[in-house]
Design a protein around this ligand. Sequence first.
Ligand code: ADP
Ligand code: MG
Ligand code: MG
Length: 246
Amino acid sequence: MLNIENLHANVGDKEILKGLTLEVGAGEVHAIMGPNGSGKSTLGYVLAGREGYEATSGSVTFDGKDLLALEPHERAAAGFFLGLQYPVEIPGVSNLNFLRTALNAQRKLRGEPDVSAADFMRLARTEADAFDLTMDHMKRGVNVGFSGGEKKRNEMVQMALLAPKFAVLDETDSGLDIDALKTVAGGINRLRSPERGFLLITHYQRLLDYVKPDKVHVLSGGRIVRSGGPELAHALEREGYGELAA
Ligand code: ADP
Ligand code: MG
Ligand code: MG
């Protein structure tokens, strides 16, 4: 589903990704761990097509398409989703409007009809509820005045509403209390399906207690230096990155 080959990428004129190779099959959940500054968020941004994060060589095939050749909105319409490490506040744009506009814009690019206002409201209520947000959160400006945990859960509401084929979740578990962590993990597990893949960027083994990954990778110095099963996350928790990421 997602096939990254020897990807090099720059932020400004600094090379951050230095030959990253990673393949995630449909239905799989992979976790990426790694020291601060190793390029995890950069990987998410390069995949999503954020301005200023430029792939300089290598390839990314997503669901049979050349992902890097697509505009960011085309990547989203093709089913690629990035849950941000630091969700942004958008004052003046209500969460509901933002989500409905994003959903219908993606559907339009896929040649699908708009979701009716009534269906959208039902969906929004269901997903807000699933991630312990209220309709008040949905009516407020996007993330405006949300707590850290609410922002992370709002990323999950976005993901659930847009129902992507592939989601990269960048430290969605950071800063969550144990109840919120279980809520987020439950959401990921509910959306897990044979047609959908996930890449979970995380610093903590604890998320992986609730969302069992098929594979765990260590990203260090801009490339994957180690891959294994769930036991690798336990080893990292015990031993730190020192040896394993060297
Ligand atoms: P991680 O998510 O693994 O902690 P990042 O991908 O955020 O790491 O950052 C990797 C490296 O790229 C860091 O050295 C960081 O300072 C640098 N970097 C990321 N974004 C920018 C930016 N917009 N401008 C300059 N340097 C950046
Ligand atoms: Mg970091
Ligand atoms: Mg990061």
